[in-house]
Write a protein that binds this ligand. Structure first.
Ligand SMILES: *Cc1c(COP(=O)(O)O)cnc(C)c1O
Length: 354
Protein backbone atom coordinates (compact mmCIF):
# COMPACT_ATOMS: atom_id res chain seq x y z
CA UNK A 1 0.00 0.00 0.00
CA UNK A 2 1.31 3.41 -0.92
CA UNK A 3 0.91 5.85 1.97
CA UNK A 4 1.77 9.41 0.94
CA UNK A 5 3.01 11.66 3.73
CA UNK A 6 2.06 15.31 3.79
CA UNK A 7 4.42 16.84 6.35
CA UNK A 8 3.38 19.67 8.62
CA UNK A 9 4.84 23.11 8.02
CA UNK A 10 4.46 23.90 11.73
CA UNK A 11 6.02 21.14 13.81
CA UNK A 12 5.16 21.38 17.49
CA UNK A 13 7.80 21.79 20.15
CA UNK A 14 8.56 18.39 21.67
CA UNK A 15 8.01 18.17 25.44
CA UNK A 16 11.05 19.56 27.26
CA UNK A 17 10.97 16.91 29.91
CA UNK A 18 9.56 13.39 29.85
CA UNK A 19 8.83 13.57 33.57
CA UNK A 20 5.45 15.26 33.44
CA UNK A 21 4.11 13.82 30.19
CA UNK A 22 0.87 12.61 31.71
CA UNK A 23 -1.42 10.30 29.77
CA UNK A 24 -2.59 11.41 26.32
CA UNK A 25 -2.44 15.10 27.10
CA UNK A 26 -0.80 16.11 23.83
CA UNK A 27 -0.63 14.69 20.33
CA UNK A 28 2.09 14.43 17.73
CA UNK A 29 2.45 16.39 14.48
CA UNK A 30 0.75 13.92 12.14
CA UNK A 31 -2.11 11.47 11.88
CA UNK A 32 -2.89 8.53 9.64
CA UNK A 33 -6.24 8.70 7.90
CA UNK A 34 -8.21 6.71 5.33
CA UNK A 35 -11.84 6.65 4.27
CA UNK A 36 -14.52 4.16 3.30
CA UNK A 37 -17.43 4.57 0.96
CA UNK A 38 -19.77 2.00 -0.49
CA UNK A 39 -18.37 2.24 -4.02
CA UNK A 40 -14.65 2.24 -3.34
CA UNK A 41 -14.37 0.44 0.00
CA UNK A 42 -11.45 1.54 2.19
CA UNK A 43 -9.24 3.94 0.25
CA UNK A 44 -7.20 7.12 0.18
CA UNK A 45 -4.70 6.13 2.91
CA UNK A 46 -2.41 9.00 3.82
CA UNK A 47 -0.53 10.70 6.60
CA UNK A 48 -1.29 14.36 7.09
CA UNK A 49 -0.75 17.03 9.72
CA UNK A 50 -2.66 16.41 12.97
CA UNK A 51 -5.76 18.55 13.00
CA UNK A 52 -9.56 18.77 13.17
CA UNK A 53 -11.73 16.47 11.06
CA UNK A 54 -14.53 17.98 9.07
CA UNK A 55 -17.66 15.86 9.16
CA UNK A 56 -21.33 16.50 8.49
CA UNK A 57 -23.15 17.40 11.72
CA UNK A 58 -25.73 14.73 10.89
CA UNK A 59 -23.03 12.02 10.97
CA UNK A 60 -24.15 8.84 12.81
CA UNK A 61 -21.10 8.89 15.07
CA UNK A 62 -22.38 12.12 16.62
CA UNK A 63 -25.96 10.98 17.18
CA UNK A 64 -25.94 7.21 17.49
CA UNK A 65 -22.38 6.53 18.69
CA UNK A 66 -21.41 4.31 15.78
CA UNK A 67 -17.69 4.19 16.43
CA UNK A 68 -14.94 1.84 17.61
CA UNK A 69 -11.37 2.28 18.72
CA UNK A 70 -8.17 0.58 19.79
CA UNK A 71 -5.45 1.43 22.25
CA UNK A 72 -1.85 0.33 21.87
CA UNK A 73 1.67 1.60 22.44
CA UNK A 74 5.00 1.95 20.67
CA UNK A 75 7.87 1.40 23.11
CA UNK A 76 11.44 2.63 23.00
CA UNK A 77 14.07 -0.04 23.63
CA UNK A 78 17.29 0.74 25.46
CA UNK A 79 19.21 0.41 22.18
CA UNK A 80 17.02 3.09 20.61
CA UNK A 81 14.89 0.81 18.45
CA UNK A 82 11.09 0.94 18.64
CA UNK A 83 8.78 -2.02 19.28
CA UNK A 84 5.08 -2.79 19.16
CA UNK A 85 3.40 -5.32 21.45
CA UNK A 86 1.07 -7.89 19.81
CA UNK A 87 -0.19 -5.30 17.29
CA UNK A 88 -2.00 -7.93 15.19
CA UNK A 89 -4.23 -8.65 18.19
CA UNK A 90 -5.36 -5.03 18.17
CA UNK A 91 -6.08 -5.16 14.44
CA UNK A 92 -8.10 -8.36 14.80
CA UNK A 93 -10.02 -6.99 17.77
CA UNK A 94 -10.78 -3.81 15.81
CA UNK A 95 -12.53 -6.01 13.26
CA UNK A 96 -14.45 -7.92 15.93
CA UNK A 97 -15.66 -4.57 17.29
CA UNK A 98 -16.45 -3.50 13.71
CA UNK A 99 -18.62 -6.57 13.17
CA UNK A 100 -20.64 -5.84 16.34
CA UNK A 101 -21.14 -2.17 15.43
CA UNK A 102 -22.00 -2.75 11.72
CA UNK A 103 -18.80 -1.06 10.59
CA UNK A 104 -17.00 -2.46 7.51
CA UNK A 105 -13.86 -4.39 8.52
CA UNK A 106 -10.42 -3.17 7.53
CA UNK A 107 -7.82 -5.75 6.48
CA UNK A 108 -5.58 -6.34 9.55
CA UNK A 109 -2.48 -6.19 7.32
CA UNK A 110 -3.51 -2.71 6.19
CA UNK A 111 -4.11 -1.67 9.80
CA UNK A 112 -0.66 -2.94 10.74
CA UNK A 113 0.95 -1.13 7.84
CA UNK A 114 -0.80 2.08 8.87
CA UNK A 115 0.36 1.68 12.47
CA UNK A 116 3.95 1.01 11.43
CA UNK A 117 3.97 3.94 9.04
CA UNK A 118 2.63 6.52 11.48
CA UNK A 119 5.09 5.34 14.15
CA UNK A 120 7.93 5.61 11.63
CA UNK A 121 6.89 9.16 10.71
CA UNK A 122 6.57 10.12 14.39
CA UNK A 123 9.55 8.12 15.66
CA UNK A 124 11.18 11.16 17.27
CA UNK A 125 8.08 11.48 19.45
CA UNK A 126 8.54 8.05 21.06
CA UNK A 127 9.80 8.94 24.56
CA UNK A 128 12.81 7.20 26.09
CA UNK A 129 12.40 7.22 29.88
CA UNK A 130 11.22 4.25 31.86
CA UNK A 131 7.44 3.84 31.90
CA UNK A 132 6.88 6.09 28.89
CA UNK A 133 5.64 5.18 25.41
CA UNK A 134 3.92 6.58 22.36
CA UNK A 135 0.24 5.78 22.88
CA UNK A 136 -1.61 5.02 19.62
CA UNK A 137 -5.32 5.43 19.17
CA UNK A 138 -6.70 3.84 15.98
CA UNK A 139 -10.36 4.85 15.62
CA UNK A 140 -13.21 4.36 13.15
CA UNK A 141 -16.13 6.79 13.05
CA UNK A 142 -19.34 6.69 11.01
CA UNK A 143 -20.00 9.55 8.65
CA UNK A 144 -23.15 10.50 6.78
CA UNK A 145 -25.63 13.28 6.18
CA UNK A 146 -29.02 11.87 7.18
CA UNK A 147 -30.47 11.17 10.62
CA UNK A 148 -32.11 7.82 9.88
CA UNK A 149 -31.00 5.11 12.27
CA UNK A 150 -29.05 2.69 10.12
CA UNK A 151 -25.43 1.81 9.44
CA UNK A 152 -23.59 4.73 7.86
CA UNK A 153 -22.62 4.97 4.17
CA UNK A 154 -19.16 6.34 4.94
CA UNK A 155 -16.46 5.82 7.56
CA UNK A 156 -13.16 7.38 8.56
CA UNK A 157 -10.29 5.37 10.06
CA UNK A 158 -7.63 7.44 11.73
CA UNK A 159 -4.69 6.96 14.09
CA UNK A 160 -3.54 9.67 16.46
CA UNK A 161 -0.45 9.36 18.67
CA UNK A 162 0.40 10.74 22.08
CA UNK A 163 3.74 10.65 23.91
CA UNK A 164 2.67 9.42 27.33
CA UNK A 165 4.04 8.78 30.77
CA UNK A 166 2.58 6.40 33.30
CA UNK A 167 -1.22 6.20 33.29
CA UNK A 168 -1.35 7.08 36.95
CA UNK A 169 0.68 10.15 37.77
CA UNK A 170 2.07 8.59 40.91
CA UNK A 171 3.33 5.45 39.17
CA UNK A 172 2.64 1.89 40.23
CA UNK A 173 0.65 2.81 43.34
CA UNK A 174 -2.35 0.83 44.56
CA UNK A 175 -5.74 2.26 43.57
CA UNK A 176 -9.01 2.51 45.46
CA UNK A 177 -11.98 0.82 43.87
CA UNK A 178 -15.70 1.40 44.27
CA UNK A 179 -17.68 -1.76 43.53
CA UNK A 180 -20.78 -0.40 41.84
CA UNK A 181 -24.01 -1.88 43.24
CA UNK A 182 -26.54 -0.08 41.01
CA UNK A 183 -25.36 1.15 37.64
CA UNK A 184 -24.19 -1.39 35.08
CA UNK A 185 -21.86 -1.00 32.14
CA UNK A 186 -23.02 -3.80 29.91
CA UNK A 187 -25.35 -6.75 29.75
CA UNK A 188 -25.27 -10.14 28.06
CA UNK A 189 -25.98 -9.55 24.39
CA UNK A 190 -24.96 -5.90 24.64
CA UNK A 191 -21.82 -4.19 23.38
CA UNK A 192 -19.50 -4.80 26.34
CA UNK A 193 -17.28 -7.09 24.26
CA UNK A 194 -16.68 -4.36 21.65
CA UNK A 195 -14.27 -1.46 22.13
CA UNK A 196 -16.83 1.22 21.43
CA UNK A 197 -17.38 4.69 22.86
CA UNK A 198 -20.91 4.01 24.10
CA UNK A 199 -19.58 1.66 26.76
CA UNK A 200 -17.64 4.60 28.12
CA UNK A 201 -20.40 7.21 27.80
CA UNK A 202 -22.67 5.06 29.97
CA UNK A 203 -19.94 4.52 32.56
CA UNK A 204 -19.19 8.19 33.27
CA UNK A 205 -21.98 8.78 35.82
CA UNK A 206 -20.80 6.06 38.17
CA UNK A 207 -17.14 6.94 37.63
CA UNK A 208 -17.69 10.62 38.44
CA UNK A 209 -19.73 9.80 41.54
CA UNK A 210 -17.05 7.36 42.70
CA UNK A 211 -14.34 9.98 42.18
CA UNK A 212 -16.27 12.44 44.34
CA UNK A 213 -16.08 9.88 47.11
CA UNK A 214 -12.34 9.46 46.77
CA UNK A 215 -12.20 6.37 44.55
CA UNK A 216 -9.96 5.99 41.50
CA UNK A 217 -12.10 3.57 39.52
CA UNK A 218 -15.34 1.61 39.41
CA UNK A 219 -15.51 -2.17 39.45
CA UNK A 220 -18.58 -3.22 37.47
CA UNK A 221 -20.81 -6.13 38.33
CA UNK A 222 -22.87 -8.10 35.82
CA UNK A 223 -26.01 -6.44 34.47
CA UNK A 224 -28.44 -9.19 35.36
CA UNK A 225 -27.80 -10.20 38.96
CA UNK A 226 -25.53 -7.36 40.09
CA UNK A 227 -23.38 -10.05 41.57
CA UNK A 228 -20.60 -11.24 39.27
CA UNK A 229 -17.45 -9.21 38.73
CA UNK A 230 -16.99 -7.84 35.20
CA UNK A 231 -14.13 -5.35 34.83
CA UNK A 232 -12.64 -2.13 36.15
CA UNK A 233 -13.07 1.06 34.12
CA UNK A 234 -10.86 0.51 31.08
CA UNK A 235 -9.19 -2.58 32.48
CA UNK A 236 -9.84 -6.24 33.00
CA UNK A 237 -9.46 -7.45 36.55
CA UNK A 238 -7.73 -10.39 38.22
CA UNK A 239 -7.60 -11.64 41.81
CA UNK A 240 -5.17 -13.84 43.66
CA UNK A 241 -7.19 -16.10 45.91
CA UNK A 242 -5.51 -18.96 47.75
CA UNK A 243 -2.55 -18.69 45.37
CA UNK A 244 -4.70 -18.99 42.25
CA UNK A 245 -5.11 -16.27 39.64
CA UNK A 246 -8.83 -15.85 39.01
CA UNK A 247 -10.30 -13.59 36.35
CA UNK A 248 -13.83 -13.29 34.93
CA UNK A 249 -14.35 -15.40 31.80
CA UNK A 250 -15.03 -13.72 28.46
CA UNK A 251 -18.80 -13.98 28.48
CA UNK A 252 -19.40 -11.30 25.85
CA UNK A 253 -20.08 -8.43 28.24
CA UNK A 254 -16.41 -7.67 28.99
CA UNK A 255 -13.59 -6.72 26.68
CA UNK A 256 -11.09 -9.39 25.65
CA UNK A 257 -8.02 -7.50 26.82
CA UNK A 258 -4.66 -8.25 25.25
CA UNK A 259 -2.97 -7.51 28.57
CA UNK A 260 -5.40 -9.93 30.25
CA UNK A 261 -4.48 -12.64 27.76
CA UNK A 262 -0.75 -11.94 28.22
CA UNK A 263 -1.06 -12.07 32.03
CA UNK A 264 -2.85 -15.43 31.82
CA UNK A 265 -0.05 -16.79 29.64
CA UNK A 266 2.67 -15.48 31.97
CA UNK A 267 0.85 -17.02 34.95
CA UNK A 268 0.68 -20.39 33.19
CA UNK A 269 4.38 -20.13 32.28
CA UNK A 270 5.19 -19.53 35.93
CA UNK A 271 3.05 -22.41 37.14
CA UNK A 272 0.46 -20.22 38.85
CA UNK A 273 -2.93 -21.98 38.66
CA UNK A 274 -5.30 -19.94 36.48
CA UNK A 275 -9.10 -19.90 36.56
CA UNK A 276 -11.25 -18.06 34.05
CA UNK A 277 -14.74 -18.18 35.48
CA UNK A 278 -17.58 -16.24 37.07
CA UNK A 279 -16.59 -14.73 40.37
CA UNK A 280 -19.14 -13.07 42.61
CA UNK A 281 -18.52 -10.10 44.83
CA UNK A 282 -19.63 -12.29 47.78
CA UNK A 283 -16.92 -14.82 46.99
CA UNK A 284 -14.43 -11.95 47.12
CA UNK A 285 -15.79 -10.78 50.48
CA UNK A 286 -15.65 -14.32 51.89
CA UNK A 287 -12.11 -14.90 50.64
CA UNK A 288 -11.09 -11.56 52.08
CA UNK A 289 -12.53 -12.37 55.50
CA UNK A 290 -10.49 -15.57 55.80
CA UNK A 291 -7.33 -13.91 54.48
CA UNK A 292 -7.25 -15.81 51.18
CA UNK A 293 -7.69 -12.77 48.92
CA UNK A 294 -4.10 -11.58 48.77
CA UNK A 295 -3.92 -9.47 45.61
CA UNK A 296 -6.16 -7.78 43.09
CA UNK A 297 -5.13 -5.86 39.99
CA UNK A 298 -6.42 -4.33 36.81
CA UNK A 299 -4.83 -5.18 33.44
CA UNK A 300 -4.83 -2.95 30.38
CA UNK A 301 -2.52 -1.38 27.82
CA UNK A 302 -2.72 2.09 29.36
CA UNK A 303 -1.70 1.24 32.94
CA UNK A 304 -0.31 -2.28 32.18
CA UNK A 305 -0.90 -3.54 35.76
CA UNK A 306 -2.85 -1.50 38.28
CA UNK A 307 -2.61 -2.95 41.79
CA UNK A 308 -5.76 -2.53 43.85
CA UNK A 309 -5.18 -1.40 47.45
CA UNK A 310 -8.78 -1.18 48.57
CA UNK A 311 -12.20 -2.28 47.33
CA UNK A 312 -15.47 -1.09 48.81
CA UNK A 313 -18.84 -2.78 48.21
CA UNK A 314 -21.70 -0.91 49.87
CA UNK A 315 -20.48 -0.61 53.47
CA UNK A 316 -17.96 -3.44 53.32
CA UNK A 317 -14.30 -2.55 52.92
CA UNK A 318 -11.61 -4.91 51.66
CA UNK A 319 -8.16 -3.53 52.41
CA UNK A 320 -5.32 -5.14 50.51
CA UNK A 321 -2.81 -2.53 51.56
CA UNK A 322 -0.31 -0.21 50.00
CA UNK A 323 2.37 -2.78 49.33
CA UNK A 324 2.39 -4.08 45.80
CA UNK A 325 1.79 -7.82 45.83
CA UNK A 326 4.45 -10.17 44.44
CA UNK A 327 2.32 -11.41 41.53
CA UNK A 328 1.22 -7.89 40.56
CA UNK A 329 4.85 -6.76 40.63
CA UNK A 330 6.02 -9.82 38.68
CA UNK A 331 3.39 -9.23 35.98
CA UNK A 332 4.27 -5.55 35.71
CA UNK A 333 8.02 -6.15 35.54
CA UNK A 334 7.73 -9.03 33.08
CA UNK A 335 5.27 -7.36 30.73
CA UNK A 336 7.04 -4.02 30.64
CA UNK A 337 10.37 -5.88 30.33
CA UNK A 338 9.15 -7.79 27.27
CA UNK A 339 7.53 -4.67 25.81
CA UNK A 340 10.75 -2.69 26.01
CA UNK A 341 13.07 -5.47 24.88
CA UNK A 342 14.74 -5.97 28.27
CA UNK A 343 13.30 -9.46 28.83
CA UNK A 344 13.51 -12.30 26.31
CA UNK A 345 10.24 -12.57 24.42
CA UNK A 346 9.63 -16.30 24.20
CA UNK A 347 6.09 -15.87 22.87
CA UNK A 348 7.04 -13.71 19.92
CA UNK A 349 4.74 -10.96 21.13
CA UNK A 350 6.88 -8.02 20.12
CA UNK A 351 7.38 -6.61 16.67
CA UNK A 352 10.47 -4.49 16.27
CA UNK A 353 10.49 -1.62 13.81
CA UNK A 354 13.66 -0.89 11.93
C1 LIG B 1 -9.20 -1.50 26.15
C2 LIG B 1 -9.98 -2.06 27.28
C3 LIG B 1 -9.44 -3.03 28.15
C4 LIG B 1 -8.00 -3.47 28.11
O1 LIG B 1 -7.63 -4.10 26.93
P1 LIG B 1 -6.08 -4.22 26.55
O2 LIG B 1 -6.07 -4.89 25.23
O3 LIG B 1 -5.45 -5.04 27.61
O4 LIG B 1 -5.54 -2.85 26.52
C5 LIG B 1 -10.26 -3.56 29.13
N1 LIG B 1 -11.54 -3.15 29.26
C6 LIG B 1 -12.08 -2.22 28.46
C7 LIG B 1 -13.49 -1.82 28.65
C8 LIG B 1 -11.33 -1.64 27.44
O5 LIG B 1 -11.86 -0.71 26.66
Amino acid sequence: MDIPVLRTQNPKAKPQSEAGLGFCKRFTDHMFIMEYNENDGWQNARIQPYGPLQIDPASPVLHYAQEIFEGMKAYRYEDGRIGLFRPMENAKRMNRSAERMCIPPLDPDIQLEAIKKIVEVEKDWVPKSKGTSLYLRPTIIAEGNTLGVHAAPRYIYFIICSPSGAYYEHGLAPIKIHIEPNYVRSVKGGTGGAKTGGNYACSLRAAEDAKKHGFDQVLWLDGKKNRYVEEVGAMNVAFIIDGKLITPSLSGSILAGITRDSVLQLARDKGIPVEERQISVYELLDAYKVGKLTEAFGTGTAAVISPIGEMVFKDQVMTLGNDIGPISQFMYDTLTGIQTGRIFDEHNWTMTLA
